[in-house]
Design a protein around this ligand. Sequence first.
Ligand SMILES: *Cc1c(COP(=O)(O)O)cnc(C)c1O
Length: 397
Amino acid sequence: MNTPFEPGEPASKGMIPLLVPEIRGNEWRYIKDCLDTNWVSSVGAYVDRFERGIAQYQGAEYAVATASGTAALHIALLVAGVVPGDEVLVSSLTFVAPANAIRYCGAWPVFMDAEPEHLQMDPGKVAAFLERECEWQDGKLTNKASKRPIKAILPVHILGHSVDMDPILDLARRFDLVVIEDAAESLGAKYKDSFVGSLADIGCLSFNGNKVITTGGGGMIITDHSKWAERARYLTTQAKDDKVEFVHEEIGYNYRLTNIQAAMGTAQLEKLDEYIAVKREIAKRYSDGFRGVPGIEVVREGESSLSSCWLNTIRVEEAVTGRDSRELMGILRASGIQTRPLWHPIYTLPPHLQSQAYRIEVCDDAYAACLSLPSSVGLTPEAQDRVIENILHNVQK
Ligand SMILES: *Cc1c(COP(=O)(O)O)cnc(C)c1O
């Protein structure tokens, strides 16, 4: 049989891709402006404008643009004071970037399970871990097993949804921990009345090609702490203490976003609300399409949150549908529909085998059963109906 494309590959013509960028605003105009004026590199009016735009959107004091979401996470951890040997509680069901960023700092992730309903970091298990597995030693909260200090919690808002943040923020206050939000997948999503990424001490966004808005590649650090924003700017620009004499007091990073990328981001940001409205429509169409279908369940937004519906995901109950998620992925692929499983449990991957995973019970099952469906802003209702009909046809006897 001819395989049209592999999961993870870009979809070819005539296929329905999982997630592709939507470029129909001022991108050409703003980027041409950079080229015409020679402001193409890591400083320029569009970098400032994009940072101000994101800060305003989020209702945050400061935004610092970075070369990627992963770079944003790395720097956020550094400015939050995470040092080698510290431990950071992080979602286990996520793309690997936040766990890697913790290791860049010489710190250790402790992987936290997801709750079964919305698949976000489980605050109950975070509480249980902090209450039962940690103790105060010399004024530092310490992991009894590893003897390492716990410094921070890094909840990851996945799929456009939101983590249940209030209990996490309460725990952070009780145990004197910093909270760093990874909102890379959930720009524009709200928890209660606030945008995710602005609920805690510091937040991170990504503008990678598959995110709700893109700069090709890029990220942003958001915070209300002026000192932290200043330090983030310093560390992302090679820790330059004297611009003329090239004096550097510390190891810095070349992590800045370019003006060209920021020009694209500025144009994309103008469309953000419109794109989220479309994405919520797409989510509703999937919800309606699978309502009452035995063995197919859409992963929904939490009660206190408003999802940006970044990536619509279903859980496929093999015992009921007679198909497991990977078999369904193969069938859909043969019909020109690109779908994708959630992330391989990262605590089982070689680079993270030495890190602790606490009572993981939900993640593995979610990884086995879930399939993410085409969710591009440009997905037409006709194409989406083809996806829904294909699935219904193959899971009902
Ligand atoms: C995309 C993503 C990131 C950042 O990715 P970059 O490609 O480095 O911008 C971080 N965390 C999560 C959960 C992501 O999905």
